[in-house]
Design a protein around this ligand. Structure first.
Ligand code: DOR
Ligand code: ZN
Ligand code: ZN
Length: 420
């Protein structure tokens, strides 16, 4: 296959190049390639990115297939430009052992759209009591461990988990939330929560655990990864830790760089997410953190829910946003078109960095590299309508938003898995 005349997003910048793909690999990147090919993709006027990698999604299978399954999640992923997705273990049964982890991996391969990489649990049943078997899960394909949805409350257990994980060369991905301090809160604590009469969640509930994970990583000299950073103060903690040489990496999500908690004022439960959408100062700090690399990557925290979980009063609704089908356009609209990030910085945050953090293939367009690619039109506008999502989760706070950036093709191992 030849991809002709595209603006190719390389690590060094954007260049007009042709790509020759053979046996799932990029074999040539040149100004003009003229050989007979079975298939020619005309990318004139389009941009060719490394296939996006989302290191934090919830696919809900096994156990909650009414919210999402590996097939519907994979369809949403390739439509969103993702060639690899890493799925959290909060399923039923929990992915805390080799049987469930290998089931998820095998099911992902059967569906055969994007690469589905399972994340194993840190503790058995996500109960925070006993450690799951990291080595056994890694052997069958777990790419990281996490109790996402919950914090491992016991600091001693967390210390052990970080030491074990480091021994197996696998990362702990930490959901940071002091449960006692959250105390049933449903939105960010501030002016808007007061006016709405909804119970708030302070920044400190997140920051205390971010600080703990950093302290553990520093004293043990092992790596740690902080999930879905939402606070300005959390960004500051991570920036300082990185400057001091702590092996900490971190992610944020499109809703934290795109929205503020004004959106809760109409009680739309699609805005309910954990951690909560916060204020201007937080959004600005998240954007600055993405710019200076304090925040290594953008993940969706794709958390699809059934209408029955959201079509209830705000206090009772499930936390989560269905994010796979809006993430790229939100990054283009709110980070690229606004001049904050260049295209190669977007590619780094959405593909290169997650590949490095989890030691995955792909993440960049290089000769000899795997042909996991995404081709997009960056000028085409569209209006978000969650009802049209391929994900079973229609829960997006971006309904009605006009965004820039449409994924035209997604290629996995050189095969077209999605075409607009
Ligand atoms: O909003 C969220 N939804 N945050 C989490 O940490 C878990 C996730 C879910 O599984 O629905
Ligand atoms: Zn989480
Ligand atoms: Zn999550």
């Amino acid at each position: 296959m030849i991809i002709k005349n595209g603006n190719v997003v390389l690590e060094t910048g954007v260049a007009k190049k042709d790509l020759l793909i053979e046996n799932g690999k990029i074999v040539k990147i040149e100004d003009s390639i003229e050989v007979g090919a079975n298939e020619v993709v005309d990318a004139n006027g389009l941009y060719v990115f490394p296939g996006l990698i989302d290191m934090h999604v919830h696919l809900r299978e096994p156990g909650f297939e009414h919210k999402e399954d590996i097939e519907s999640g994979s369809k949403a992923a390739v439509k969103g430009g993702f060639t690899q997705i890493c799925c959290m273990p909060n399923t039923d049964p929990v992915a805390d052992n080799k049987v469930v982890v290998s089931y998820i991996k095998k099911r992902g391969e059967e569906v055969g759209l994007c690469k589905v990489r399972p994340i194993g649990a840190i503790t058995k049943g996500l109960k925070g009591e006993f450690m799951a078997d990291v080595g056994e899960m890694k052997k069958v394909g777990a790419v990281a461990i996490s109790d996402d949805g919950k914090t491992v409350k016991n600091s001693r257990l967390m210390r052990l988990a970080m030491e074990y994980a480091s021994g197996f060369d696998i990362k702990c991905l930490c959901h940071c939330e002091d449960a006692e301090l959250v105390d049933g809160g449903v939105v960010h604590e501030g002016f808007n929560s007061t006016v709405a009469g909804l119970k708030g969640i302070q920044r400190a509930a997140e920051d205390i655990i971010i600080a703990r994970e950093i302290a553990l990583a520093e004293s043990l000299d092992v790596p740690v990864h902080i999930c879905h950073v939402s606070t300005y103060s959390g960004v500051r903690l991570i920036r300082d830790a990185k400057r001091a040489g702590v092996k900490v990496t971190a992610e944020t999500c499109p809703h934290y760089f795109s929205l503020t908690d004004d959106v809760i004022r109409d009680f739309n439960t699609f805005t309910k997410v954990n951690p909560p959408i916060r204020e201007d100062v937080d959004r600005d700090a998240i954007i600055a953190g993405l710019k200076d690399g304090t925040l290594d990557c953008i993940v969706t925290d794709h958390a699809p829910h059934h209408a029955d979980d959201k079509n209830v009063e705000y206090n009772l609704a499930s936390f989560g946003i269905s994010g796979l089908e809006t993430s790229f356009a939100l990054a283009i609209t709110n980070l690229y078109k606004t001049g904050v990030l260049s295209l190669n910085e977007i590619a780094e945050r959405m593909s290169g960095a997650p590949a490095k953090i989890l030691n995955l293939e792909g993440g960049k367009i290089v000769k000899g590299g795997v042909a996991d690619l995404m081709i997009a039109n960056l000028d085409e506008e569209w209006v978000v309508d969650g009802e049209k999502f391929l994900s079973k989760g229609k829960n997006t706070p971006f309904n009605g938003a006009k965004l820039c950036g449409v994924v035209k093709y997604t290629l996995v191992n050189g095969e077209i898995k999605y075409q607009a």
